[in-house]
Design a protein around this ligand. Structure first.
Ligand SMILES: Nc1ncnc2c1ncn2[C@@H]1O[C@H](COP(=O)(O)OP(=O)(O)OP(=O)(O)O)[C@@H](O)[C@H]1O
Length: 224
């Protein structure tokens, strides 16, 4: 079963009088358990694609289905936010951690929005931090961690709610090669051990080769 299905997706940004077609007639199916990498030159629409799959941005036209559900604006912001919280986890190039919260509080955030009780939140946060090898840094703040550790915290936060789909936008873009390799190891484990579907944007051919499938974009169109 395709867990992600895009049919005839277009995205046009309008700024003043200028139109940019960021995505043009994209058709894509991602099977459950796939680890898909997305490549292409700067500005070709990779982040736009991820943002549309992640319900952070709406397509101009076309149909998006996630987990068998057709996503429409008629769902309303609240249902959409709830669906996003339960189905999708995000990892960004620049981590997007909250600097004023310590590691364990950053990791618990998605469950806070969900209304999970505090002892359950704590238990799950400890569990996911152990999976990313950071249970000894729970009381540290993001500013006291290395880039690779910050990204591991971000991954723990992305998986604490057990989402079926993990979206990663250049997750190793800000890391040196050793820390990048650690982060990639964790992503591969989450894919292999949990059967979690991952869609990852990368500029790194070597990383792309290690995923189960690579698609390439040029100028908003899928070329491969
Ligand atoms: N919010 C926006 N408003 C207007 N234009 C935008 C917006 N976001 C993206 N674009 C344009 O859409 C196109 C695709 O952008 P996108 O960020 O998806 O590219 P990308 O492949 O992720 O690039 P990079 O590898 O540099 O991150 C670009 O031409 C960009 O300038």
């Amino acid at each position: 079963m395709a867990i992600i299905r895009l049919t005839g997706i277009n995205k046009i940004y309008r700024v003043n009088e200028i139109e940019t077609q960021a995505l043009e007639n994209v058709n894509l199916e991602v099977e459950k358990g796939e680890f898909l990498s997305v490549m292409g030159p700067s500005g070709c629409g990779k982040s736009t694609l991820l943002n549309i799959i992640g319900l952070l941005d709406a397509p101009t036209s076309g149909t998006l289905e996630l987990n068998g559900n057709v996503i429409t604006p008629a769902m309303g912001d609240r249902r959409l936010a709830e669906f996003r919280n339960r189905t999708l986890g995000f990892v960004f190039q620049s981590f997007h951690l909250i600097g004023s919260l310590n590691v364990i509080d950053n990791v618990q955030l998605p469950l806070l929005y969900r209304g999970t009780g505090s002892s359950e939140r704590l238990r799950l946060a400890q569990e996911v931090l152990e999976r990313v090898g950071l249970s000894h840094r729970m009381r540290h703040f993001p500013g006291q961690l290395s880039g690779g550790q910050c990204q591991r915290v971000a991954i723990a936060r992305a998986i604490i709610g057990n989402p079926e789909i993990l979206l990663a936008d250049e997750p190793t873009g800000n890391l040196d090669s050793r820390m990048g390799a650690e982060v990639m190891d964790i992503l591969h484990r989450l894919n292999r051990e949990d059967g979690r579907t991952i869609v990852m944007v990368t500029h790194n051919e070597e990383q792309a080769r290690q995923t189960s499938r690579t698609i390439r974009f040029f100028d908003g169109r899928q070329v491969e």
